[in-house]
Design a binder for this molecule. Structure first.
Ligand code: PMT
Length: 224
């Protein structure tokens, strides 16, 4: 119907940062608050989609009507995404760590009197978006990524869309001072296979509603 155009559809949304453990008490993370991803999960649920939100550690409350899966690391996030399949719609708004600490310490690293600071080595994390977008079997019908850029917004998002194999890429400017990480507003460029839409500056909630409406429009012509 008009109020719930995504009834009968299943959606998966990732949100928040990942935490990559250094030892049992320390981690490497980032400044993602989960506001954008959580708002998208809430908007898809309001539009009628059966929605699973897979989130790193955030202070955001669980959106109403959404099944929430809490994880910490990128590898846990990938496993949770795979468990949530099959879905019709997948939106990857999480700020996933590109690298984890290689050989994380099983015990707390000790500061030794007069000793050297530890040296951390890194290993590459799986690319969750690319993994799901390139599934030979069970690929979601519509795969949407975010491109966090500090320059050449649209050109970088066009290249990233092709590289990762997703259908739509939402480019946002995460330069210092924009407040895109952690703030309540966002300015989006929606990159598809054959078009670029420049959205005005909106609240993250408005971005979520507009995205849900675009997704509903995409599915309108397809059988549920
Ligand atoms: O959480 P907020 O404070 O509200 O901030 C929102 C946001 C800025 C985090 C969000 O709008 C956003 O841009 N999310 C994507 C951040 C990011 O990691 O961008 P990227 O350009 O590095 O990655 C591109 C895409 O690949 C993203 O969809 C990302 O989720 C995905 N990715 C990246 C690395 C990886 N190992 N696996 C992935 O799936």
């Amino acid at each position: 119907g008009k109020d719930a155009p995504l009834v009968g559809r299943r959606a998966l949304v990732t949100s928040g940062p990942t935490y990559e453990a250094i030892d049992p008490v320390r981690f490497i993370g980032n400044r993602s608050s989960g506001k954008q991803g959580h708002a998208i999960a809430a908007a898809l649920s309001r539009a009628g989609a059966e929605t699973t939100l897979i989130t790193g550690p955030t202070a955001e409350p669980a959106p109403q009507g959404v099944q929430v899966v809490r994880i910490e690391s990128a590898r846990q996030m990938l496993a949770a995404c795979q468990d949530a399949l099959p879905v019709d719609i997948a939106v990857f708004a999480a700020a996933v760590a590109d690298w984890r600490v290689a050989g994380q310490a099983p015990q707390k690293l000790k500061k030794q009197e007069g000793g050297q600071p530890p040296r951390l080595e890194f290993a590459e994390n799986p690319d969750i978006l690319a993994t799901i977008a390139r599934l030979a079997q069970g690929r979601p019908g519509l795969v949407i990524g975010f491109a966090a850029e500090t320059e050449n917004m649209v050109a970088n998002a066009v290249a990233k869309r092709a590289r990762k194999g997703c259908d739509w890429m939402l480019a946002n400017d995460v330069s210092t001072g924009t407040g895109t990480f952690g703030g309540d507003a966002n300015t989006i460029h929606l990159v598809t296979a054959d078009s670029v839409e420049d959205w005005p500056r909106l609240t993250k909630q408005q971005v979520a509603d507009r995205l849900a409406a675009r997704i509903a429009e995409h599915f309108r012509s397809l059988p549920a």
